[in-house]
Design a protein around this ligand. Structure first.
Ligand SMILES: Nc1nc2c(ncn2[C@@H]2O[C@H](COP(=O)(O)OP(=O)(O)O)[C@@H](O)[C@H]2O)c(=O)[nH]1
Ligand SMILES: Nc1ncnc2c1ncn2[C@@H]1O[C@H](COP(=O)(O)OP(=O)(O)O)[C@@H](O)[C@H]1O
Length: 199
């Protein structure tokens, strides 16, 4: 179930030269988005990474407020009609959403804001912010994607199955995005993202 909330359009924000920009990183679960993002942020601490809200349970080592804001389904469903999310989607049985106010404040203060989100949310952002830079990360093969999800060792068999099923649909949508980058050699992929964002 996906809903597009009425959000501030890039058409109006474009008018000021001081405004920042949204960068959307998407691609199937396990492709390496999170790892690439962390390395990108280490190289470029000036980027603002938007911490998402989710109803998924924390994995070992994940910190509330840093990895995600972990909240209940009931709370998430309360926040939707209150307009708290810039975009939101349901993925593999859990809700995920981007906090609206923090992101808009950062853009308005001239920051490059990076969202690492799944396909439906990325589509919502593209529709609402046509000048966002959207990057789709592809795996070298489906077999390698499965290997990565399994070797991460953090998801149940059910969660892995849901992610792999969804991945097949997501990969088909790669062409909708501005740039496609294959995450085969990690450093090459990271350099490619860097070039897309800063080049
Ligand atoms: N639409 C949307 N997707 C999100 C958001 N935050 C994370 N996601 C995506 O939700 C999916 C599942 O994330 P997660 O449970 O952390 O699993 P992982 O990507 O397999 O590590 C991934 O594709 C994330 O990019 C968000 O705020 N909005
Ligand atoms: N280029 C790569 N080659 C091999 N393994 C990788 C590569 N990029 C990421 N990984 C590994 O793949 C697994 C999934 O990466 P992760 O960043 O959690 O993916 P996502 O955030 O897209 O779900 C992790 O164990 C990560 O270390």
């Amino acid at each position: 179930m996906i809903r597009v909330l009425p959000i501030q359009s890039r058409a109006t924000t474009k008018e000021s030269p001081n405004l920042g920009r949204l960068i959307v990183l998407t691609g199937p679960s396990g492709v390496g988005k999170g790892t690439l993002m962390r390395s990108l942020l280490q190289r470029h601490p000036e980027l603002y990474y938007s911490v998402s809200v989710t109803t998924r349970s924390p994995r070992p080592g994940e910190i509330d407020g840093k990895s995600y804001y972990f909240i209940s389904r009931t709370k998430f469903e309360q926040l939707i009609p209150e307009g708290e999310f810039l975009e939101w989607a349901e993925f593999a049985g859990n809700y995920y959403g981007t906090p609206r106010e923090a992101v808009l404040n950062q853009i308005n203060s001239g920051k490059l804001v990076v969202l690492e989100i799944e396909l439906e949310g990325a589509r919502q952002i593209r529709a609402s912010f046509p000048s966002a830079l959207s990057i789709f990360i592809l795996p070298p093969s489906f077999e390698e994607l499965e290997k990565r999800i399994r070797s991460r060792g953090q998801d149940s068999e059910d969660a892995i199955a849901r992610r792999l099923h969804r991945a097949q649909e997501e990969i088909k949508a790669a062409d909708e995005f501005d740039i496609q980058i294959v995450n085969d050699d990690f450093k090459t992929a990271l350099n490619d993202i860097e070039a897309a964002v800063f080049g």
